[in-house]
Design a protein around this ligand. Sequence first.
Ligand code: CFM
Length: 542
Amino acid sequence: MSEETKLPDPSKVKEEILAKYPPKIARKRAKSMVINDPKLDQEIQSNVRTIPGVITQRGCTYAGCKGVVLGPTRDIVNLVHGPIGCSFYAWLTRRNQTDPGVDGDNFMNYCFSTDMQDENIVFGGEKKLKQAIQEAYDIFKPKAIGVFSTCPVGLIGDDVHAVSREMKEKLGDCNVFGFSCEGYKGVSQSAGHHIANNQLFRHVIGLDDTKPAGKYTVNLLGEYNIGGDGFEIDRIFKKCGIDIICTFSGNSTMDKFANSHMADLNLVMCHRSINYMAEMQETKFGIPWFKVNFIGAESTAKALRKVGEYFEDEALKAKIEEVIAEEMPSVLDRATMARAKTAGKVAMLFVGGSRAHHYQELFKELEMKTVSAGYEFGHRDDYEGRKVLPTIKVDADSRNIEEIKVEADETRFNPRATEEKLEALKEKGLEISDYRGMAPDMADQSLIVDDITHWETEKLIEFYKPDIFCAGIKEKYVVQKSGIPLKQLHSYDYGGPYAGFEGAKNFYADIEKMLSTTIWKKIKAPWLTKETDPCICAEYVA
Ligand code: CFM
């Protein structure tokens, strides 16, 4: 990178940030704030407890399990066992889209809760849970009911698994299973992803051995159909003639999960939330996996080409090239148009566990610089790559999350590709069973911050003066009050889709618009006066 394009050195601002913390906290936070050198293997402390008292972006284990992984599946009744407050954010507040067709079940617009009261906390809530399962069954006759534990369930010792077993037996034609995903169970929502993967694998995957039709069959793992992203990816795959058996879990159904082990390949989009499923399916059924990214038009083309390489089929490769050639011109036109406003502008991204990496691709296409990024709850492998997995210390918090023992299924293990083939694909640069992580893709001297606090956010905004900040609803108004536009990347601010080719165009347009307005710079807090801020515009003081 040349001198002019070199990013500013954040060492001083890092020191200033840390100086405010008590020494022990400063030492801990220092390990989670790393000035990136893509040539070095730098350790980034992550997946550790948030410091009490700071304002974190993180959510809880229940959020990761119920909200993220199972939430987008339309025909399972997701029953929350807990006080009603835990259900508030589970009801119509997320943006997973789904397509139930004309007469398919769709329970995503409902909110199911046992509404625990004081009396249930004192005397136990299992009886109420049984009644709730029965009631949900009587009204909706669903194929499946998932029972999600909130914090008090673990504290009082209700056995959601025993209740689920009993009710499954009683109901006969409904798959009932529980999740020990109490909010406190892990250090973040990441633990909830793992718990969700385990229970889906245990109770649903492999129930239907029907051989799917289609020459090239894949599952798309870690794509949650936020803002219709999954629909755009489906459109592209369809055009290429590739069949998606099941998406985990955007626009998914129980039947698709049950049949997913029959696919020939697993494509992993969000590594953080679903790598467990990819590994378990590989071990038990012999399905290889590799990492893809459909955020960014170039990344989309790259991912499609990888699929073509994997299937080693000239006709498929030619079809993929044809689709890319058809889609790309309008994407490039839109990018060129947007670049008039976006080139050289500066972005910061702080999102869950994948998007802070993936969206940097779209900013690159807009010729913008990502100066600082981080995950809320990523692990070291999401930053540094899976090569560090053997060196990650398993602490008490991680040990708390069940690691299920999976072995090859004697009758159904069918390695889809030989070792030699996989090796040859690796040679060609396909990340087979691998993920390189975010750090190697970030610029020299960019700042990586894990589980960023509000204090750190404010200081870094002052330092970098970014043109756009990407995060979620909890950060949105604080950032906007400092005069910086905030783009939500969890819900897309009700825009999107942003995946694939059409999605890239939508994103360029939205960012171009956001960078064209000066409105945020004009905002002044009502308590500011001419005396406290002489630059204030007269009309605001009147
Ligand atoms: Fe994966 Fe996600 Fe993300 Fe995530 Fe999430 Fe999400 Fe996210 Mo919000 S599974 S890690 S737990 S890509 S809900 S769809 S947007 S924080 S970056």
